[in-house]
Design a protein around this ligand. Sequence first.
Ligand SMILES: [Zn+2]
Ligand SMILES: [Zn+2]
Length: 116
Amino acid sequence: MAALADELTRPRAGECLLCYTARMLEEGGCDGTLRWVRRWRDVRLPRATALERRLGGRGAYCDCEVFLNGWTVGDHLAQPGPDGEPEWPDTRPGCVGVSARSSQPCANWVPHRRGW
Ligand SMILES: [Zn+2]
Ligand SMILES: [Zn+2]
């Protein structure tokens, strides 16, 4: 059972931090910590120990805040919502990939504009 769970929560080859975290939030939700961020880091870049601090600098202290406060889907992927504001598409495309040594998001993601 543990081995199965391990397999299910393993980042895919080349999958960036944000695509992975978004995917796992859909699977397992947020538990109020950077659980999925840490999981990605432990598997992909165990030496990236400053990652949580970097995310905290963007107001992301748990997995869902990564998307509430940090990044959102790029304009090319967003679809207009009922109020005319861009929303996440019903199905996100797969990760377009980042280099194996990068903790940067792939081209699917853009930082939130701070318009207020
Ligand atoms: Zn959260
Ligand atoms: Zn990605």
